[in-house]
Design a protein around this ligand. Sequence first.
Ligand code: PBG
Length: 330
Amino acid sequence: MTHAPFPALRLRRSRAHAWSRALVAETMLTPADLIWPLFIIEGEGVEEPIAALPGVSRWSVEGIVRQAREAAALGIPCLALFPYTPAGLRSDDGREALNPDNLICRAIRAIKDAVPEVGVLTDVALDPYTSHGHDGIVDAGGRVLNDPTSAVLVEQALVQAAAGADIIAPSDMMDGRVGAIRGALERGGFPDVQIMAYAAKYASAFYGPFRDAVGSRGLLKGDKRGYQMDPANAEEALREVALDLAEGADSVMVKPGLPYLDIVQRVKDRFEVPVFAYQVSGEYAMLEAAIAAGAGERDALVLETLMAFKRAGCSGVLTYHAPLAAQLLG
Ligand code: PBG
């Protein structure tokens, strides 16, 4: 395409007024683009602030239901739930993940009872339940075993689907688990339960505050580089996405978010499917620390950041700033 040169063309003309900026805006950000991650804790009437995530708390189940009502009122379509599991309930094999009355299942049922119009997404991975903090079953040498882990994740997904989860989000990075879960959901009578695959999930230093939030910090032996992706790789992310889609994922996720927008854009361009990004705990903490240090103004930073995800091609963003952003956009 050729354009007339200056002065016939002045791009500032369309920027001169709010009305014309609104007319030519290429990207929209609305509360409907947000998924709100929430941390659940045992008990009643409990709100426990998470020091590593200023402004974010763990809530007991009835508190989570209150947040779900708030989400509905704010136009946030979906919640992502994460349980805090005390050391006493953790085990080598993470078997509490398969307990149909575990904390997350009770939270799913309570939300779907009270606010059925809000979507509920649940993580499939064993790290909130293992004594070693890994996402799966480990051998004597500490290596996470792929196929035995996948078999347990299938059971975990079925337990969550039976409790009422709308979207199963495998966050473990085992090979073949999306296909195994999709097959089990079909056979188990849950053909309408969606799968959002954490398809391109990187072994990132940005997950620290999350591990505090779910009680895994300090437990983790070694690191997750044997199953999560190397931040050096982008082609490999495309291969991961291709596999998860072929295995039956309805949508895919890139994680972390802001440092990986190049991956979001490449996935969107290549596959033309719904792509989500997780603006993870360390990104949230980094923004909040910058705000506390006076480096910028919270509302503007949050909205600009979320707009960047949309511009890169995201259908939506998992973000701890979801309620603030929804208020600002509402
Ligand atoms: C569990 C899981 C993690 C996150 C989401 N699901 C941590 C990890 O893989 O170690 C991180 C989310 C965040 O940092 O906000 N597999």
